[in-house]
Every structure is written in C-alpha cells, then in structure tokens.
Write a protein that binds this ligand. Structure first.
Ligand SMILES: [Zn+2]
Length: 436
C-alpha cells in the first residue's frame, strides 16, 4: 500500500468551452493519494492527515499529480519516421511510413519496436493509448504482449489494408479476417488489452475488406474501432473518386457499419456538415491530432463545431505524423491550431480531453481518467517547472488557470518525475529506465 503526497488535479465534469473559470476541474493542493495493493486508488485525503501505519509514503509536495494521459491515436511503428521532411499526407505515407512499417513483419524487430514504443509512451506521461501497429499480425501480437507485460491499457488491432499499398504491406480479405479473429480471441479482454478493428483509411481497403471489418464489429459489439477520416484535402478527393456511391468520406464507413460507439476516427478536419449528426448518433468520436495537422499541413480542426454538434472529441499525438509523444506539446499545438482560427482553448478543455474526456469517449471512465477511489492507479507526477523561464512564469501566475495553462504550454516529458501503471512505478526519471 502506497501513498503519494502532491497537488492533485483532475476533472469531474466537461469544462465549458473558452471559460477559464469553468467548473469541472477538481483541484486538491497538498493531498495524499492512496494506492491499494490491488493497484487501484484507495482514497484521497488532505496533506495534514497522513495515512496510518502500513502505508509506504512518498512526499512530493510542490509537484503536480495527474491521471496518466490517454493518447487516442498513435502509430507504434512510426517512431523511426518522426520528423521526416517535406511532404503532405499521401506522399508522406509512400516515402516514409510504408517503408518503415514493412520492417514490422519480422517478429524480433516487432517485439523490440513495441517495447521501445511503450516505454517511450510512459516516459512522456501517457499510460493508456489507442494504437495502430502495422498490417502484420505479428506486429499487433508483439504490441499486445509488451502492453500486457507492463499492465497497460492498450487498444489496438492489426491494420487492414488490401490495396494501394506496396508489396509486403497488403493483406487479403480472407487472411485478414482469420488474423483478426485469432487476435480477438487471444487478446480482446485479456488483462487490460482490448481489440480494435483497424482499417487504415478508406483508400487502402477494398469494399469487400471494409464490409468484412463492419461484420466483425456487428458480431461483437464489445470491440473497439479505429481509423482515419478526412485528414487532408487531396485524400478527401481521392476517396470521392474511389467511392462515388458514398455521400461523403465518413459515409464510406457508415455504409459498412464501421461507425461504432467505441470508434475513434483520427483527424476529421474536412468532414461535411451532414456528417456531424451521423457521427453523434453513432457514438464514435474524433481524435484531434493538432501536432500532426500542423506538421503535415493538413488543416485546422474546428473543435467547438464538433462538440456543439454533440460529437465526442479526444486529443492525440498521431506520431509519426505528429512530432512528439508529449501530450503537453500536443495540447500546446492544439491551442495554436484553435488560435489560428480565432478561438481560444483553455487548459481545462485541453487537459480534460487528454484524461476524463478521452476515457468517456472510449467508455473507460470507470477505469481511468480521474483520481477517484476505485479507479486504476494510472498516475503521473510532474514538476511545475524544469528551467528558469517556466519557474519564473509559475512564480508570477495569479490564479490556477494561469498556472496550469503556462505549465501546459511550456512543459513536456522533461517535467515528468514518475509514472505509475496500476500502482506500479514503471517510469522514474531518477533512473531514466523502466523500474518496478
Ligand atoms: Zn494516424
């Protein structure tokens, strides 16, 4: 039984857009958070009430304790192409991404890549993620195996792509269906692993493969779904040519039953207005990937247009399109994307979308996303500052939103002191390596 003393910040409700004084944030400075032997949060109490005997206490007064971040869209096989120069989406896939993903057909490389990826997530303060491995069954298997060993909440699935991809990166409908069923049987619901039916995006699957993916979801509604939608204008034009019968890009997925209540659709920048009620009614949500959208020049997502229409929204790094696994850097990019469109993203809306908001969108709010007794102790301990500039900025901040907003804009993985997954410390900066 462990107890951690720090400043606790989490959310109990959805913050109001553009309102820094919004309710919804829960701020408990100088509190103890208690972790039971079952890896769950056992209680929270004020700093002046120390836990009794039997608790191993760590005093981190003056540090910030948050729920572990949830990255709802990230590619485990793209760490090696992060920050690749000079292209938009479709060229980027062919020039950088596809060659890198091909290596994950090799079981040893896939295992090493999965371990490197998950340890990097933890070292950036992300304890749960929705992940694209590659088309190769072995890459999904390696990712689930590595996540299971760490006790991490990972949602993933073998990528489906049976056309418009180079040799070594295509499956076919029958083999892909067998691979999915086998992976679902082995991993869906094992420990904290869950399976997501994973269509890369409409152009790389034939209509027959899309139909197969929809049938998998109908057969087991407890599955998740992940894909990309309406990221880039050239991509949207291509989808219109490939699927002339569909009303819109989103409709390609709707027609085959891929809009699933546990569905995550990355980007959604260039959706049609008629798509929003369809998305809302399906329960699927959009993963906003601002770092990637800026880097690849894809466009500026209209956040409040989605949420005003009742569509769920989370925030995601989309590495390797994004240039950092850090959720603070991602949220800072999110602020900049909204600012370019004349809108203002508060620290509350941003951090909520990376914790409780994401958990709700994934229907995991009874497990992760808050510092609440009974939830799994997936936690990150952060420094408020890592250098003289952000230290001074913290000293002069006048109120909580100013303080947290400055932290969000100026911090990154250098500010992470420790990360716990289900109560086990898996990252500690003092060692800069995985510990238990
Ligand atoms: Zn992506």
């Amino acid at each position: 039984m462990k107890a951690i003393r720090a400043d606790l910040l989490d959310f109990v409700d959805t913050p109001v857009w553009a309102d820094p004084s919004s309710a919804g944030v829960r701020w408990r400075p100088d509190h103890w958070l208690l972790i039971g032997d079952d890896g769950r949060i056992a209680g929270v109490q004020p700093g002046h009430q120390p836990p009794g005997p039997g608790w191993t206490c760590e005093d981190h007064r003056g540090r910030l304790l948050l729920p572990g971040f949830i990255d709802t869209h990230v590619h485990s096989a793209q760490l090696e192409v992060i920050a690749s120069y000079g292209t938009e989406l479709l060229d980027w896939l062919h020039r950088y991404t596809f060659p890198s993903e091909r290596a994950f057909a090799d079981p040893e490389l896939a295992a090493a890549g999965a371990a490197r990826f998950l340890d990097a997530l933890l070292a950036h303060g992300t304890t749960s993620a929705v992940v694209f491995p590659t088309v190769h069954k072995v890459s999904a298997d390696a990712l689930f195996t590595a996540a299971h060993a760490r006790g991490m909440r990972i949602i993933a699935g073998k990528v489906l792509m049976d056309r418009h991809a180079p040799d070594g990166l295509r499956d076919d409908v029958a083999q892909a269906e067998r691979d999915c069923i086998d992976l679902i049987q082995r991993w869906h619901g094992k420990g904290r692993s869950r399976y997501a039916v994973t269509v890369r995006f409409a152009p790389t699957s034939t209509p027959a493969q899309l139909a197969m993916a929809g049938a998998l979801l109908r057969a087991d509604p407890s599955l998740h779904m992940q894909t990309h939608v309406a990221e880039n204008r050239a991509e949207v034009r291509w989808v219109r040519e490939l699927f002339p019968e569909a009303r819109s890009y989103l409709d390609v997925y709707a027609r085959v039953g891929l809009l699933h209540r546990r569905g995550v659709l990355a980007h959604g920048i260039w959706l049609e207005e008629d798509d929003l009620p369809v998305l809302r009614d399906s329960g699927a949500h959009i993963a906003f990937c601002p770092g990637s959208n800026l880097f690849l020049g894809s466009g500026l997502l209209d956040w409040p247009a989605l949420t005003d229409a009742g569509v769920g929204l989370s925030v995601a790094s989309d590495v390797g399109g994004g240039t950092s696994l850090s959720m603070q850097r991602t949220l800072a990019a999110g602020y900049q994307v909204q600012a370019l469109a004349g809108r203002r993203l508060t620290a509350w809306s941003a951090l909520h979308a990376a914790t409780l908001g994401a958990a709700q969108a994934l229907q995991l709010e009874d497990e992760v996303g808050r510092l609440e007794p009974g939830l799994v102790a997936d936690l990150c301990l952060w420094d408020w500052a890592a250098g003289s500039v952000d230290a001074r900025r913290q000293q002069v901040a006048q109120n909580l939103h100013e303080k947290v907003f400055a932290w969000m804009m100026l911090s990154d993985e250098r500010h992470l002191a420790s990360a716990w997954v289900a109560g086990r410390r898996l990252y500690d900066r003092a060692f800069s390596r995985a510990t238990t």
